[in-house]
Design a protein around this ligand. Structure first.
Ligand code: PLP
Length: 401
């Protein structure tokens, strides 16, 4: 029999060491739970960084995928297929937009959004050739491609990957004065996460997103919201921007759009913006494939009912009520988040975020550290109230309160 130790050693030997996974080797998953190769169960409070909002092997999504597997799975965009128009139309409608540019990974969608904004800048706004600028925020996370890491402020994500792509300006997240000062005639877009996930679930000060919306509208700059992690139900609304009544010019979506089954991402915007492309100017072999569209259509149908958003809001309130008690115990210095999404900073005396994640794992709970002292919680939106309460009990036990 192959043990978990053998499988971990083999992965260490043959897989490029870009991750440092917890020592868990998963064999199966269902709902909010994973089972490892030895039969031990874990409550998954990470949910693939929001890629698994609907849980592991959600029955509706599995059924949609299986039905599509029996029909056709991949066509390329050389021809149309019978799920494509519905995918584009229904995703645009969910977003209150008009057009969709389909892609696969989140980073690819961000790249596509950057290309869209630049093309719009040159063809519609009239920015002189090669002068387009995009303003981004410090602490951002938008993916791992060479262009995207060019405007990261995380030394680990950037070091030794240069030369970097020019055309980006970084301003502090949450600072409207800096944002106002950064916008020029050549600015084509502001690209922001409405809540910064990877940075530790950083919620910007109230009024920041509406302020960015106002400034970008005044200056004829596209407001691009990267809702890859914050969107599709996570915060208790379909989009995190909604909490402040903000409608951006462009949504960038991914993660949960693929239902935890296949990678599906998209740029969603108006016809004025996405209509700038001509055939041949952008593309993707797998983007908008039939299997991806079938799964995403089911995801969209599930989100249309509002039940997952309501669940995230309700369970999120319970979770945040429980977490709010922690700072008074001295074990946690800060708790942030919205909906079923939280970042907590562990007090220095209690060890690193990684050590807390290890201790949670020993108690059968999976969560992930981000940047040193922060623990990120993003349970599947289908987690039961009891399971969530149990998971939070394990967290309290690990913190010793
Ligand atoms: C995960 C994430 C990405 C990158 O998505 P990949 O599918 O890993 O390329 C981009 N932006 C945000 C906000 C993310 O959370």
């Amino acid at each position: 029999m192959t043990t978990a130790e053998d499988l971990i050693a083999a992965a260490d030997a043959h897989c490029a060491p870009t991750y440092d996974p917890l020592p868990v080797v998963v064999a199966t998953g269902e709902g909010a739970w994973l089972t490892d190769v030895a039969g031990r169960r874990y409550l998954d409070l990470l949910a693939g960084y929001s890629a698994l909002n609907f849980g592991h092997r959600n029955p509706r999504l599995i059924e949609a995928a299986k039905a599509q597997l029996d029909r056709v799975t991949l066509t390329s965009r050389a021809v149309l297929h019978d799920r494509f128009a519905a995918f584009c139309a229904e995703l645009a409608e969910l977003c209150g937009m008009e057009m969709v540019l389909p892609a696969n990974s989140g980073a690819e969608a961000v790249e596509s959004a950057i290309k869209t904004a630049r093309k719009w800048g040159y063809r519609v706004k009239g920015v002189p050739a090669e002068m387009a600028k995009i303003v981004v925020a410090g602490g951002n996370f938008h993916g791992r491609t060479t262009t995207v890491i060019s405007f990261s402020t995380d030394p680990e994500a950037r070091a030794d990957f240069g030369p970097y792509t020019p055309g980006f300006q970084i301003v502090p997240y949450g600072d409207l004065t800096a944002m106002r000062a950064a916008l020029t005639e050549n600015t084509v877009a502001v690209l922001l996460e409405p809540i910064q996930g990877e940075s530790g679930v950083i919620v910007p000060p109230e009024g920041y997103l509406p302020g960015v919306r106002r400034l970008t509208r005044e200056r004829n700059v596209l407001f691009v919201a990267d809702e890859i992690q914050s969107g599709l139900g996570r915060t208790g609304r379909t989009f995190a921007c909604e909490h402040e009544g903000v409608v951006p010019d462009m949504y960038v979506l991914g993660k949960a759009l693929g239902g935890g089954i296949v990678p599906v991402s998209a740029v969603v915007s108006s016809a004025e913006v996405l209509g700038v492309f001509r055939p041949g100017e952008h593309g993707s072999t797998f983007g908008g494939n039939p299997l991806a569209c079938a799964v995403a259509l089911e995801v969209i149908a599930m989100l249309r009912t509002g039940e997952f958003q309501a669940r995230a809001a309700e369970l999120g309130e319970r979770m945040h009520r429980a977490l709010a008690a922690l700072p008074a115990t001295g074990t946690v210095t800060a708790v942030r988040g919205r909906g079923l999404w939280a970042g907590l900073d562990v007090a220095p005396g209690l060890g690193t975020g990684r050590q807390v994640a290890e201790r949670l794992r020993e108690r059968g709970v999976l969560a992930k550290e981000s940047h040193g002292a922060t623990i990120r919680l993003s349970p599947p939106l289908v987690v039961s109230e009891q399971d969530l309460a149990w998971g939070l009990e394990q967290l309290r036990a690990v913190l010793g309160v």
